[in-house]
Design a protein around this ligand. Sequence first.
Ligand code: FAD
Length: 629
Amino acid sequence: THNIERHEYDVVVIGAGGAGLRAAIEARQQGKRTAIVCKSLFGKAHTVMAEGGAAAAMGNVNPDDNWMVHFRDTMRGGKFLNNWRMAELHAKEAPDRVWELEAWGALFDRTKDGKISQRNFGGHEYPRLAHVGDRTGLELIRTLQQRVVALQQEDYEKHGDYEAYIKVFAECTITRLLKDGDAISGAFGYWRESGNFVLFDAPAVVLATGGIGKSYVVTSNSWEYTGDGHALALLAGAKLINMEFIQFHPTGMVWPPSVRGILVTESVRGDGGVLRNSEGKRFMFDYIPEVFKDKYATTEEEADRWYTDQANNRRPPELLPRDEVARAINAEVKAGRGSPQGGVFLDVSTRLPAEEIKRRLPSMHHQFKELADVDITAEPMQVGPTCHYIMGGVEVDADTGSSCVPGLFAAGEVSGGMHGSNRLGGNSLSDLLVFGRRAGAGAAAYVDSLPARPKVAAEQVDAAKEEALAPLGRSGENPYEVHHELQRTMNDLVGIIRKANEITEALGVIEKLKERVRMVGAGGSRIYNPGWHLAIDLRNMVLVSECVARAALMREESRGGHTRDDFPAMDPEWRRKLLVCSTEDGSTINVEVKVQPPMRDDLITLFDRDELKKYLTDEEMAEFDRIAK
Ligand code: FAD
């Protein structure tokens, strides 16, 4: 290990999206020497792409909103499979996290009386998303980066070194976590540009690596979302939950092919956009599921009135949770009522004046003009489902973000539990802030509690080095071909609608792909070599895909982001069950069933009996009746 670049920190945060930055800020504020490591450029994370906003029950637009309403909406959105403690903390703390951002310099859009404005979104009872046009994520990241710089300036004043307590390592990819016995001792990675290795010696690691979308062909996610954090956690002995639940966002671009999957924000529907099929019909009225019947308008007239009078009308069905809308679009296209390029029509042009569209949805206007030569102020967009978000991730303690591996923490999209079987739009940005802060604090407290610093073992570093170098020495399989086959398999066989025989077929392909990944070769040197980087990422994508497929095969029901054609109903028995993925040998995935603890009495009694009946078992209902008395 003597010739490897080496750094010592108290806390290493992997990922510089909202979760990573908020965690790093917290760890530094608690006096810990903190590194932020990110695979892409600093400032280029998923978070920056978030358009709609951050959900927080501030009650600025509708004073009836409060954390309890937000909690209920979140649990409903996740079909009651959510970790209720996380949903509770999230709903209670999101407003403080948004106000804190404002104190750090974020410029949110305003209501007429000068408060932070809030917009409507699918599944949220009241206008709740704090936003900056349709560029909210950009402002969030800008603010958090500015806060990092402010802290670095403080450190300069005190220690004469800007980077004394918080330093960013950008374009640096972590490939292995290191352990001393059971506990985390550091992380190993390489610089994208030079291919040189780097070692972080640290007792605490916070994973904030985001999603896994690049395992699918059609996705709103960008190149770096290869499930690295999910895989790093698994390989370090942590557990992943809810991996069968993947959110297919209903509205991705479908045309031209080069941009297929790029997101069309839900704000288009929140601000009045409607979905139509090739017959011109507003088809969402045909797809309101039983559990949501009393909350959504049944006629176009009522739906239209809702935009101006929400107290006396029900919401348009275009604003159903994402899983419902995605399935409906899928069904319309399958039934032959799709748009020419295989999507459906999303129209805002006949709903709002052109100027208003340009003001409210500037990036959508720009995106369609530039990429598809479509003017959304004059014509409809063509849209279809796209792999967007994974609800599943590292199983963590709700309060501290700690995993079952001492010293390993996770926050944001890489963690699991908060969103249950389906995430509501806007609940991710707030999740990042709430649980990023908690994981940073959890890591700091853990470091304080340690009697001695865990040691990095030289053999582990050598093994990590060898593993990373292996593809360079081979002339075998082409990483791009292997990747494409994995993406097609996941898209076609473990996609939005699933069946046992197809998932089994996918698992067969994955088994073969595992072999091929071991033979993957990359030509060229270590210097800026994307083929080599992909060869390294493939290990992660295959591991994560196997978790998704195994859990999807096991869960014999349909719920949220998991739809089984062969088990179309939601099953109350399955609601209580979490599927927990782990690996012992670093290659074979085990899935175990774990029963969730029942919801705390004061939380479950926030719901009406009639609603709970749709989700809970008879036994659970009997318990509810006992408590409610
Ligand atoms: P990310 O922001 O994804 O950041 C991950 C970080 O980890 C990056 O810095 C990356 O470089 C780094 N990383 C990954 N692997 C490694 C590795 N091996 N080594 C080192 N670094 C690594 N949610 C909302 O709530 N509201 C919205 O309006 C919204 N709009 C969205 C629009 C789009 C187009 C997309 C794609 C998502 C949207 N989401 C939205 C979802 C939300 O943006 C993401 O879930 C969220 O930003 C994830 O944040 P994160 O901090 O967990 O990770």
